[in-house]
Design a protein. Structure first.
Length: 241
């Protein structure tokens, strides 16, 4: 029960963000349906005025209505974010885990609310599976005939991508953290790992997945040991690898 308030704050924030994004997409679709290329100015009441003049009367009225809807949702989203941050302050572990690369109070609060207890996961691979980062393999034939005619277990396994049995919000959180490292932290050791993977010929999406798995494993370890993030430890590990 000690996480009930935090979980409800996370749920409320998630509802507010999704509703605001949907309203933004609907508003943008009205302009795009009439061949009007717009920018982020349509999302504010002041910036929207000049764009509305480019629509015909029937479409302008719909855009105005969607704009008013968005204007009401944005303050609610900001209120939900404030609520979540206030609730996060009551859990000291969130402040500790927020030092991980690409995380922060909001993402960390979501991780804590969902994971609840790090000791549920004995290994990082178990946590990867829960987050949706585990690779699924399938075989079409487990037994084949060998050269001597006897049946033997087949060694051929085919990967089927990432597991679908996962918590979607956790997957989004750690992939978002990986995106932050890639786009905003060029001097971080994890970013350098990402660049090395690209230079080795690994596809960007797979390199990003590897980064997300590293961040998830790091957060789990930090939580279990109740310690803040230390980039020097990552550098030492990367150097040995």
């Amino acid at each position: 029960m000690h996480l009930a308030a935090l979980r409800n704050a996370v749920r409320g924030y998630g509802f507010a963000v999704r509703d605001a994004v949907r309203a933004m997409n609907r508003l943008r679709s009205v302009f795009l349906s009439r061949g009007v290329a717009v920018n982020d100015g349509i999302y504010s009441a002041k910036g929207r005025v000049r764009w509305l003049g480019k629509l015909t009367s029937p479409h302008r009225r719909l855009a105005e209505w969607l704009g008013r809807q968005l204007d009401q949702l944005v303050p609610l989203r900001e209120e939900a974010e404030k609520w979540l941050l206030e609730e996060a302050k009551t859990h000291p572990i969130i402040r500790t885990l927020a030092t991980a690369p690409g995380m922060g109070p909001i993402r960390t609060a979501q991780v804590v609310a969902i994971t609840a207890n790090p000791d549920r996961f004995r290994t990082r691979r178990q946590y990867w599976s829960y987050c949706g980062f585990a690779i699924v393999t399938r075989s079409s034939s487990d037994w084949v005939r060998g050269k001597d005619g006897r049946w033997e277990r087949s060694q051929v396994l085919q990967t089927r991508g990432l597991t679908r049995k996962r918590h979607p919000l956790l997957k989004s959180v750690f992939k978002g953290a990986a995106t932050t490292v890639i786009t905003q932290l060029p001097d971080h050791p994890l970013h350098k790992d990402y660049e090395r993977m690209l230079e080795a010929g690994i596809k960007p999406n797979l390199a990003k997945l590897t980064l997300a798995r590293k961040i998830a494993a790091t957060v789990l370890s930090m939580w279990k040991h109740q310690e803040v993030y230390d980039p020097q430890r990552h550098t030492a590990v990367s150097g040995k690898a």
